[in-house]
Ligand binder design. Structure first.
Ligand code: ZN
Ligand code: ZN
Ligand code: ZN
Length: 490
């Protein structure tokens, strides 16, 4: 069977098809009720009581709450470190510890920015931001990445500085450390110094800070990997940058005490490289998110498989995605049976959306474009290529009306369905007839009518007259006057 019109509601239909060029195929009888129940099952499953269906569902891996907690934990730790260091520095009078406290204050600001941009990204879409606020997360991540780059630069600069000092004089390292620490405690500048006047206090504060910060790195990194959030990864690396720069400070002191001066700049260069790499990675990804770079194929392939699994989907193409923070925005063309009704095709689209959001929680929104699948059309004779347009459709409808009212008064015109596929036009004409008409007669009449319509407009590729036996399909919001009335008028 070449193709079937499947729009009618539960009715046996006699369908007769005439192909341009005179080839008449046998009329066929089939039960379309099966198709109908199939579609209504789909629609009932997802559209029950869902008259104003929403197309966007926001899912997040951690429901946002756990992730929010991770940011708050980082902020709280920075506050605790700042207060603890400030108190310890004030009580002991150690300027190095006070300077370290100042660094922790700048960490509070940065953790605050991270938490703020994370929350801003989760504000529901509004009139000003109809696509949501996900890019706030990318922006915050870019900011933190820039800070990481500055930190890496600062540590590298310090290492070069020490190397220069070593070149000039290899004996003055302890002095250097003592002098240097008094101008090195800016946040994005040099590593944290150790106050040698209060060695126990300074050392315990530094070690405590390293442990807390490295712990925060692991907690934030793990959450960031789960959430797919560049912001969390960047923030994790900020925690680690603080930890490793303190380690560099310790190594600097140790190397001075042990008399191995090159250890300090060496550690500085290694750590600077580490932070530089992380900062560039996070910064690059955030920038790509901001520039709407497409997500890589390994992320799209499983989504494509999910789409193709949905019942009624014959194919899909132009699947593309872009990230905004931890949310993924998709659009895709799906191919469906070209003779489905608009509502049935829409149901398939909704099923696709539902399945994607069920199995790929990072997907915030999917835009689905429905294409008629053209793979089934290869057996239809090609005719003139037409560009379907409304004006032409009106001409054809008028032609059909005049042919039927003048030459086939026994057939009462009920509905004309217009199919336009790859420039070919197929017309499906639904008629009703008096109950005492013989089916053989009706078929003869339909054959003639189809030929008349085909010869009447050379742009048509195929015409099929179909007899309605059961109930009429309700016509919602029809602007045109009832076809029966129009026929009676003429
Ligand atoms: Zn910091
Ligand atoms: Zn397409
Ligand atoms: Zn819809």
């Amino acid at each position: 069977m070449g193709f079937r019109f499947r729009v009618a509601v539960g009715a046996y239909r006699i369908s007769r098809r005439v192909t341009r060029g005179g080839g008449v195929s046998e009329g066929c009888l089939f039960l379309s009720a099966a198709d109908h129940t199939n579609h209504s099952r789909i629609s009932r499953r997802w559209h029950i009581g869902d008259h104003s269906h929403s197309h966007s569902h926001h899912h997040h891996h951690l429901g946002g709450k756990e992730a929010d907690g991770v940011f708050k934990l980082g902020l709280a730790a920075d506050v605790a470190l700042a207060v603890g260091k400030g108190l310890a520095g004030y009580l002991s009078g150690s300027t190095a510890v006070i300077a370290d406290a100042a660094h922790s204050v700048s960490d509070i600001v940065l953790s605050g920015v991270a938490l703020w941009s994370f929350r801003a990204a989760r504000v529901p879409k509004d009139k000003e931001h109809p696509y949501g606020h996900g890019k706030f997360e990318s922006l915050g991540s870019l900011g933190i990445s820039c800070m990481l780059l500055a930190t890496a630069g600062g540590i590298a600069w310090h290492a070069v500085h020490v190397l220069q000092d070593l070149y000039v004089s290899t004996t003055d390292v302890i002095n250097h450390s003592l002098v240097h620490q008094h101008h090195s405690h800016v946040h994005n500048g040099q590593h944290h110094g150790i106050d040698l006047d209060h060695p126990v206090l300074a050392l315990s504060v530094t070690i405590m800070s390293i442990l807390v910060k490295e712990g925060l790195y692991w907690i934030t990194k793990r959450a960031g990997d789960r959430e797919g959030s560049e912001l969390m990864k960047a923030n994790a690396w900020h925690h680690r940058a603080d930890a490793v720069s303190s380690v560099v400070a310790l190594i600097g002191i140790g190397s001075a005490i042990l008399g191995v001066p090159f250890l300090d700049p060496l550690a500085g260069v290694v750590v600077s490289g580490m932070i530089l790499k992380a900062g560039m990675g996070c910064g690059y990804h955030s920038l790509m998110e901001l520039l709407d770079a497409g997500v890589p194929l390994p992320i799209l392939l499983p989504i494509k498989q999910t789409i193709l699994r949905v019942e009624g989907v014959k194919g899909c193409h132009q699947l593309r995605g872009r990230k905004a923070g931890s949310s993924l925005y998709l659009d895709v063309h799906i191919e469906v049976d070209p003779f489905l009704s608009v509502s049935a095709a829409h149901d398939i689209g909704e099923n696709v959306r539902h399945e994607i959001q069920e199995f790929h929680e990072e997907v915030a929104e999917v835009f689905i474009h429905i294409d008629p699948s053209v793979s089934d059309l290869s057996n239809i004779k090609s005719g003139q290529q037409n560009n379907s347009n409304g004006f032409h459709e009106r001409d054809v409808v008028a032609l059909v009306h005049s042919i039927f009212s003048s030459q086939f008064p026994k057939m009462s015109l009920e509905h004309i369905t217009w199919h336009s596929l790859q420039g070919k036009i197929f017309l499906q004409i639904l008629v009703s007839m008096a109950p005492d008409t013989l089916i053989r007669e009706a078929m003869e009449m339909a054959k003639k009518a189809e030929k008349e319509v085909l010869t009447g407009d050379c742009s048509l590729n195929q015409v099929s007259v179909q007899l309605r036996l059961g109930q009429q399909i309700p016509q919602f919001g029809q602007e045109k006057p009832n076809l029966d009335e129009r026929r009676q008028e003429s």
